[in-house]
Ligand binder design. Structure first.
Ligand SMILES: Nc1ncnc2c1ncn2[C@@H]1O[C@H](COP(=O)(O)OP(=O)(O)O)[C@@H](O)[C@H]1O
Ligand SMILES: [Mg+2]
Length: 135
């Protein structure tokens, strides 16, 4: 599914991944990265919070799990990254609703029984509707 989403991504798109620890948020971003042809590890301007990858499209990957307050986002250049020419993925966005952009795709992941994952997508704003994968 990450690969299918990668085909739709355009510069400036923001995708927010919500779901419990172990739901598959990081795995999903890795699928996107692979489909974008990312080679090798990303560079980390802020260790563990932001990873940046070079692929067909630059890929920014935030993980806000360890962040204590939305104020810290200013210090790590969060807002500038959202405006750059890459696609930006944000794990644990629902921790900081005040830090979500005007328009983004939300992906909610949850675990079911053995090996089962449920993935729900919702476009928050018209600019993210092209990212929806309808089944
Ligand atoms: N769709 C999936 N099917 C099977 N295993 C998965 C899937 N997504 C993730 N996993 C596995 O579940 C574990 C947790 O995934 P991870 O992406 O790190 O979760 P999160 O980032 O939401 O905490 C990893 O071992 C990962 O390989
Ligand atoms: Mg994760």
């Amino acid at each position: 599914m990450g690969a299918q989403l990668a085909e739709r991504l355009r510069p400036g798109d923001v995708v927010v991944l919500n779901g419990d620890l172990g739901a598959g948020k990081t795995q999903f971003v890795q699928g996107v990265a692979e489909a974008l042809g990312v080679q090798g590890p990303g560079t980390s301007p802020t260790f563990n919070i932001l990873l940046a990858y070079e692929g067909r499209l630059p890929l920014n990957h935030f993980d806000l799990y360890r962040l204590d307050s939305a104020d810290e986002l200013d210090d790590i250049g969060y807002w500038e990254v959202l405006e750059d020419d890459g696609a930006t993925f944000i794990e644990w966005g629902d921790k900081f609703p005040e830090a979500m952009p005007d328009d983004y795709l939300e992906i909610r992941l949850s675990t079911g029984g053995a090996g089962v994952r449920t993935i729900a997508m919702r476009a928050h704003g018209p600019a993210s509707e092209h990212l929806l994968i309808r089944r």
